[in-house]
Design a protein around this ligand. Structure first.
Ligand SMILES: Cc1cc2nc3c(=O)[nH]c(=O)nc-3n(C[C@H](O)[C@H](O)[C@H](O)COP(=O)(O)O)c2cc1C
Length: 161
């Protein structure tokens, strides 16, 4: 059966959206038998996550944390708490500044995924927790985004719930 991965994001001014497209491209190239959907979080009710084997979420950094639209997604997911166990997760963020709270934003998203029982793979090189962009993605961030997509896609192929 073909496994499914969703790249879901909120983006106020397009930077996180540009990252999401790159993550999705990396996922499509990273594994053979995976269907990848890219969706704005406003069009992705939390319950839809149940239909996927993997979920990568992107948010701009707002006050060192995820945007409220992404937090709402997680808060809504309490109605099926426990049902995401074993699914594969990943996260990425765009911020204005180096040290502007971008890693805490990614860590916040991954933390919520861990509380759901999801599986997270870091990376030993590059952006360890997930891709971080200052503004829109440059060539370095493009590589990080593609690698995240491919990494999660490969895990979904192997382990996806
Ligand atoms: C409400 C708000 C809060 C923000 N807080 C931070 C912040 O804490 N640190 C930072 O570096 N940038 C902050 N920014 C800037 C955004 O993270 C940055 O512009 C990002 O690239 C926007 O991504 P987007 O184009 O996907 O919306 C903030 C922007 C807004 C609108």
């Amino acid at each position: 059966m073909v496994k499914k991965l969703a790249v879901v994001y909120y983006s106020g001014t397009g930077n996180t959206e540009a990252m999401a497209r790159l993550v999705a491209e990396g996922a499509e190239q990273g594994a053979k038998d995976i269907k990848v959907d890219t969706e704005k979080i406003d069009n992705f009710p939390a319950r839809k996550a149940l239909e996927y084997d993997g979920l990568i979420i992107g948010s701009p950094t707002y006050y060192g944390s995820m945007a409220y639209q992404v937090k709402k997604f997680f808060d809504d997911s309490v109605s099926f708490h426990g049902k995401l166990t074993g699914k594969i997760g990943g996260a990425f963020s765009s911020a204005a500044n180096i040290g502007g709270g971008n890693e805490t934003t990614v860590a916040g998203i991954l933390n919520a995924m861990l509380i759901h029982g999801m599986i997270i793979q870091g990376t030993a090189s590059g952006d360890h927790y997930g891709p971080i962009s200052i503004g829109g993605p440059d060539a370095r961030v493009e590589k990080q985004c593609r690698e995240l997509g491919a990494r999660v896609a490969r895990l979904v192929e192997k382990l996806g719930a």
